[in-house]
Design a protein around this ligand. Structure first.
Ligand code: SF4
Length: 201
């Protein structure tokens, strides 16, 4: 992983870049950065692993994460109307593009529109040399692992090999893919937070 190249690429695309050795350091940074603002969170094993939700709930007036609420669909909608949105990434190219695949679309939508600030939190395992490699990882590593975690009825769950079959299963978990290429117009701040740990899927 070429962190300097990634930093240059991301900053050249209008983003800020932060780099932490541990998830705990990243979570502490975000808890300070986001004090007093409302925060929505997308489904993310990385956010879960670094304990961010608990750190934010004491500091922010509203922290909306459907993983923590009984009515998940209502929480997904509420999370689309917060000041700040936090998401993981399925893959990041050293050339600066960020790739995410969604089933319902709430996470992809909220990284594109509706918030003043966006923070993408990702472990070093998500970084790939090129955009092509990043799309490959999102489709053939992150998505099948997510499908397996849900134990849905799809070929990527049944097969031994970790790969996507571009299935037509009604339980398919990958229905839309976004590639963030530049800070979205109208967003005050977009920041990539890279952590020197393997996190998420
Ligand atoms: S499209 Fe289907 S086979 Fe491919 S990763 Fe998604 S659920 Fe699995």
């Amino acid at each position: 992983m070429d962190v300097e190249k990634l930093k240059r690429s991301v900053e050249g695309r209008g983003w800020s870049f932060k780099h932490f050795a541990t998830g705990e350091e990243a979570a502490n940074y975000l808890a300070g950065e986001l004090e007093g603002v409302s925060v929505g969170i997308g489904g993310s094993g990385t956010v879960d692993a670094i304990g961010l939700y608990d750190k934010l709930t004491g500091k922010c007036p509203d922290v909306v994460w459907h993983w923590k609420e009984d009515d998940q669909d209502a929480a997904r909608v509420r999370a689309m109307n917060t000041d700040v949105y936090i998401s993981g990434a399925n893959a990041i190219a050293e050339t600066g593009e960020i790739v995410n695949i969604d089933g319902k679309g709430n996470r992809v939508a909220s990284t594109l529109y509706g918030h003043k600030r966006l923070y993408i939190v990702a472990g070093k395992n998500k970084v790939q040399p090129t955009l092509e490699d990043a799309i490959y990882r999102a489709r053939n590593v992150a998505a099948p692992l997510r499908a397996r975690s849900f134990n849905v009825d799809t070929p990527c769950v049944k097969s031994k090999e970790l790969k996507c079959y571009d299935c037509r299963s009604p339980q398919r978990v990958c229905c839309g893919m976004s590639i963030l290429m530049y800070r979205m117009m109208g967003m005050e701040k977009s920041e990539l937070i890279l952590i020197d740990e393997d996190l998420g899927m």
